[in-house]
Structures are given as structure tokens and as C-alpha cells.
Design a protein around this ligand. Structure first.
Ligand SMILES: [Cu+2]
Length: 175
């Protein structure tokens, strides 16, 4: 534990640089393609998306996060129930099994930035700190893409068969 702390402290100057869509590592986890979406005026919630690979031999969990641009950051799961998109917080955290890659993307698992302090603007970067059960915390810069973007601009997004007009906007969601 102490050893891990020292290593993290040593790496701090590096971590202070914007990470963006680049690769970031914490413990056995590799995080790539951290991105977000611009929010329409007045929207109080935003999404955060990323890809996490567990290169270790023990499972880890993404249990939450924080950001200076939002009051709260939660891990959410979006799913289709009888043709209706619903989402709910993942109470136990999102498990990342050893050797597996988990992608948080529109229409599936995502980070929810609740009570935004201002709109997220395309081209900007949003700082988000992720918290993992084992690996601990890591701060990343999320690239803000356009409204309705399905992936980071650096890669070809997969257009999910999701009707954007039916996406819930969380406005009625309990926090
Ligand atoms: Cu959500």
C-alpha cells in the first residue's frame, strides 16, 4: 500500500498533464478514449465515456468519481426495457474482470455528471476523477465532443441502434 502511494506520488507531475484520449494507467488498469458530450443549454447532466482494460489477475470495480464541473459523478447503466430506454445507477460498481475490456459508451454503461455547474462545450476538456475499488483514484481529462456524438473524434464511433430522441435526459431522475 505504501509502495503504491509512493509510486503514485512520483508520477503526479506526469498525471497533471491533460490525458485526454491518450492512454492512462492506474494499477493494473489501462484507460483509453475518455470523452464526453457537449450539453445543450440548460442541461443539468452530462455523460462520460471511456474504455477500461484490466491487465491484472484480480477483478476491480469502477465505483464512482467526482468532477469540479458537476456536483456528483455516478456510474450508470442504460438499457432497453420494452422499447423504452431507462437508466439507473450501478449500485455495486461496474466490475472489470481480469483480462477484460469494458467500454462505457452511449446506450450502455456511462458516467453521469449530475448538476453541472455550466454547459460542457465541444472542444473543451473536462476533468473527472475516477474511483476504483482496488486501483484507487485517477484524474483524467475528458475530451468534449459534439452533441449526439457516438465516440471520440479520434476514432470511428459505432453508431448504436439508438434513437437519440428517445434518450432520457435524466431531468426527472432522483439523485
Ligand atoms: Cu445516466
Amino acid at each position: 500500500m505504501i509502495y503504491t502511494f509512493l509510486v503514485v506520488a512520483f508520477l503526479m507531475p506526469l498525471a497533471a498533464r491533460p490525458v485526454g484520449a491518450d492512454e492512462a494507467k492506474i494499477g493494473n488498469l489501462v484507460i483509453t478514449q475518455a470523452w464526453s458530450r457537449a450539453t445543450p443549454g440548460g442541461a443539468k447532466v452530462g455523460g462520460g465515456y471511456l474504455t477500461i482494460t484490466n491487465e491484472g489477475s484480480t477483478p476491480d470495480r469502477l465505483i464512482g468519481g467526482s468532477s469540479q464541473v458537476a456536483a456528483k459523478v455516478q456510474v450508470h447503466e442504460m438499457s432497453m426495457n420494452n422499447g423504452v430506454m431507462t437508466m439507473r445507477p450501478v449500485e455495486q460498481g461496474l466490475v472489470i474482470e481480469p483480462g477484460k475490456t469494458v467500454k462505457l459508451s452511449p446506450g450502455g454503461f456511462h458516467l453521469m455528471l449530475l448538476d453541472l455547474k455550466g454547459p460542457l462545450k465541444q472542444g473543451e476538456k473536462v476533468p473527472v476523477t475516477l474511483e476504483f475499488e482496488r486501483a484507487g483514484k485517477i484524474s483524467l481529462m475528458f475530451d468534449v465532443e459534439g452533441i449526439g456524438a457516438m465516440g471520440p473524434s479520434a476514432s470511428v464511433g459505432t453508431p448504436a441502434s439508438v434513437d437519440m430522441k428517445k434518450m432520457p435526459d435524466h431531468s426527472g431522475m432522483k439523485k
